[in-house]
Design a protein around this ligand. Structure first.
Ligand code: NAD
Length: 328
């Protein structure tokens, strides 16, 4: 009998009833694990949330036909090694798209309107001082928003901001200019988006090519009033360069749901900036009750396909000639 093994069960998905039912219906047993590699070695399908699958870990899998990453990003799985081993890699591509787009748009609006800083000042009894001190805000409709990566989430952010009257620029080397224009977004090279935007919002996957996509040189292209928003992956941004740019006033602010080091230490250098300039949320952009419901069903669909030897819709390594998995 095939085994579906959850290597690092998530509290918020417990007791995995929908995934368990899918495994049983397809004829597999369903095991909640404890990140214990010996059990994992003989699993047919593995679900992982945080446990990384590097080439050495993948080489130790004896029967695996599918690794399912329980989220959108799959940078924790060595795709080349999995593909070479004939292992299908899936993600959960759509479950939280509206939530992350909502969160990015909320960070953009909350930063522009200094919401967190005003709230803190009112609670400290500084109502009048805060009212009088904040002179630098800009009307949202007057701002230019630059979106880097116009996939599911990036285009969702563009849709959310368009009704505010913002000018929306975008950069995505894998889309044609016509595809970008059809989203109501003006396509431009990356450097021009960085130069012209008041807000730059990142929506690209983390890959070797996008690691530190925003480094000191790219930060230097941004305007001194600009805010950088990152709801994608922390390592897209060189944190030391970001702190230096904020410190020197080369950019105004940052609003970040993701950091290079998660969770951050108690003395993270970004804490030096007040909440007018730096807004932080704890990798929570994907969270909502609705997203949780949809995540169960996306995972169950991949379990069903993999156990039955079919090609799952959420496959990310399309080149794989999977063991026990016929090509479409
Ligand atoms: P997607 O695959 O639909 O879109 C990614 C887009 O990025 C694609 O259109 C691709 O062409 C583009 N792209 C790739 N490399 C690029 C580059 N160098 N420059 C510009 N564009 C580039 O993915 P998505 O659903 O929009 O998700 C985007 C990312 O958001 C995910 O990879 C994930 O890391 C992150 N994410 C974070 C959370 C969270 O909780 N904070 C939740 C879900 C997703």
């Amino acid at each position: 009998m095939a085994t579906v093994y959850v290597i690092d069960p998530l509290d918020r998905l417990m007791p995995y009833t929908i995934e368990r039912d899918a495994a049983h219906a397809a004829g597999a047993e369903f095991v909640l694990g404890d990140a214990n590699a010996p059990h994992m070695r003989d699993a047919d399908v593995i679900l992982t949330y945080l446990v990384p699958f590097d080439a050495a870990t993948i080489a130790g899998l004896r029967r695996c036909r599918g690794i399912i990453r329980c989220g959108v990003g799959y940078d924790s799985v060595d795709l080349a090694a999995a593909t070479a081993a004939g292992i299908v890699v899936c993600n959960a591509p759509t479950y939280c798209v509206p939530d992350v787009a909502d969160h990015a748009a909320s960070l953009i609006l909350a930063s522009a309107r200094r919401i967190a800083w005003f709230d803190g000042a009112v609670r400290r009894g500084a109502w009048q001082a805060a009212h009088d001190a904040e002179r630098g805000m800009r009307r949202i409709a007057a701002q230019t928003i630059g979106i880097i990566g116009l996939g599911r989430i990036g285009r969702g952010v563009a849709q959310r901001l368009a009704p505010f009257g913002c000018r929306v620029l975008g950069h995505d080397p894998y889309l044609s200019d016509d595809q970008v224009r059809a989203m109501g977004v003006t396509p431009l090279p990356l450097a021009d988006v960085l130069r012209q935007s008041d807000v730059v919002s990142l929506h690209v996957p983390l890959t070797p090519a996008t690691y530190h996509l925003i480094d000191a040189n790219r930060l230097a292209l941004m305007n001194p009033d600009a805010t950088l928003v990152n709801t994608s992956r922390g390592p897209l941004v060189d944190t030391a360069a970001l702190v230096a740019a904020l410190d020197a006033g080369r950019i105004f602010g940052a609003a970040l749901d993701v950091l290079e080091d998660e969770p951050p230490g108690i003395a993270h250098p970004l804490y030096a900036f007040d909440s007018r300039r730096v807004l932080l949320t704890p990798h929570a952009a994907a969270s909502s009750r609705e997203a949780q419901h949809d995540l169960h069903h996306e995972l169950a669909a991949s379990i069903d396909a993999l156990v039955r030897g079919q090609r799952p819709a959420a496959i990310v390594n399309h080149a794989v000639i999977a063991r026990n998995t016929p090509a479409r």
